[in-house]
Design a protein around this ligand. Structure first.
Ligand SMILES: Cc1ncc(COP(=O)(O)O)c(C=O)c1O
Length: 443
């Protein structure tokens, strides 16, 4: 999340860079510009020749209602508390702590040097779509290039796919806890959002499948889920996928699967179960993905989605007025990432698994880590004994111990009893941070 310069060799100050305008400043700037706008569009006496009695009211900061009701980022709220401090141990951002592998970086530089600086096809360069088709066919079922749309980041894939599917007023169901961006997207589109919470039990997070199927009544447009899940690490089982697919087929409901962490899965095989393994090309299934996590490419902003071919063709038309296409040289990086040595993905998975084991070693015996995550690089720490809600706890931990975590409420009220740590930090920082957290909670 370094917004201001070249990738630093040490990422420890990414989120405390003083150049980043804090939210309060941004609000002040927006308010000042709205005031200017108000002054400039007020009817002027000199124009009409007479002073008007009645003032026309021009609303200030008038975004449409579904945007006005968006929840401000809780992570940002917390981040503002830590602004200016350079001594924080940071576990809040889901971002690897080392730069993109060299062979991928070189591909981006070579592309730029070769002058590949032009618009591409809306759905991406054919070479990248071919490479994705081969890669996904190896990982899942045969996937044709016509089923693939390359996007400008994973989050752009989420927005594009949602715009393809969801009209205002339509009903969507989300399995929560869920990454906040994914919660907000259907709301931005004016959807009517209902949630089904994973159940927290000592054995782990569990999906109550019957409850989910009940919620997926006929007329529901889509079900949104993310597995392996940010923040819980919960991963849907193959049996649950089959039952969900059968139900959605029966009722014409779209399955919207965010597979961002499918390669960061710690159980056998190293690839999480995906709907792409069991669905047909013509099923109502959209799988979204990103290069950010598996190839350490967060700053590149490259993602993709897989969907039925006729929908991909429409995605091209839709992408034109949005970003038109992903950046040409970035796409070259993606092509090389898929075609180059794949050991790097295995190495990252092993690294994060080892770090997860550090979390288990430090927090496991205390009972503060009730669930060992099966995938992604997050762990939820139980703060129940603090008596505080997750936001108050995260703020006080930040101020007292300089440890930056994300309040569980960010992912929905059902996870307010937890804070999330991203175990992407180097071993020593990770241990120190976990020990401070343990001491703070247990005394
Ligand atoms: C669950 C989930 N989906 C999608 C993304 C999107 O990743 P990006 O926009 O970096 O490609 C993220 C990033 O943190 C995520 O956590």
């Amino acid at each position: 999340m370094n917004r201001n310069g070249p990738t630093p060799s040490s990422p420890s100050t990414y989120l405390v860079t003083p150049k980043f305008a804090p939210q309060t400043n941004m609000i002040a700037i927006a308010a000042a510009s709205a005031a200017r706008e108000w002054r400039s569009c007020r009817p002027r006496a000199s124009e009409s020749g007479v002073m008007r009695r009645r003032r026309v009211h021009y609303p200030v900061l008038a975004a449409r209602p579904s945007i006005r009701s968006l929840a401000p980022s809780r992570i940002r709220e917390l981040f503002n508390e830590g602004l200016g401090r350079d001594d924080l141990l940071q576990f809040w951002v889901g971002e690897p702590d080392e730069p993109t592998p060299d062979f991928i970086r070189r591909a981006g530089m070579d592309s730029l040097a070769a002058g590949e600086t032009f618009y591409t096809h809306n759905l991406g360069i054919p070479e990248l779509r071919d490479a994705l088709s081969k890669y996904l066919s190896r990982l899942h079922r045969p996937v044709a290039p016509e089923e693939i749309a390359v996007t400008s980041s994973g989050v752009n894939a989420l927005m594009l796919a949602s715009q393809l599917l969801v009209d205002p007023g339509e009903r969507v169901v989300e399995v929560v806890p869920l990454w906040p961006n994914l919660q907000e997207i259907p709301k931005i589109l004016g959807a009517q959002v209902e949630t089904v919470a994973l159940e927290f039990a000592p054995g782990g997070w569990r999906l109550d499948l019957d409850r989910l199927l009940d919620a997926l009544a006929p007329g529901t447009r889509a079900v949104y889920l993310n597995s392996p899940n940010n923040p819980t690490g919960w991963t849907i089982t193959r049996d649950e996928q089959r039952a969900l697919l059968a139900h959605c087929r029966r009722h014409g409901i779209w399955i919207f699967a965010d597979d961002a962490y499918e390669r960061l899965y710690f159980d056998a095989g190293g690839v999480a179960p995906s709907f792409l393994d069991i669905c047909e090309a013509q099923d109502r299934v959209i799988s979204t993905n990103t290069f950010s996590k598996s190839w350490l490419m967060t700053g590149w902003r490259l993602g993709y989605l897989v969907c039925p071919p006729h929908l991909a063709a429409i995605a091209a038309t839709l992408q034109e007025p949005i970003t038109s296409c992903a950046s040409s040289l970035i796409q070259k990086g993606g092509e090389v990432a898929l075609g180059g040595p794949q050991e790097c993905v295995d190495r990252f998975r092993t690294l994060y698994r080892e770090r997860r084991d550090v979390v288990v070693e430090v927090l496991g015996p205390t009972g503060l880590l009730p669930v060992v995550p099966a995938g992604a690089f997050y762990a939820l720490v139980d703060i129940g004994r603090s008596g505080q809600d997750s936001m108050s706890f995260a703020k006080s931990l930040l101020l007292a111990e300089g440890v930056a975590v994300v309040p569980g409420v960010t992912f929905g009220p059902s996870s307010d009893r937890f804070v999330r740590i991203a175990y992407t930090a180097a071993d020593r920082d990770l241990r120190t941070g976990l020990e401070r957290l343990r001491r703070y909670l247990l005394g």
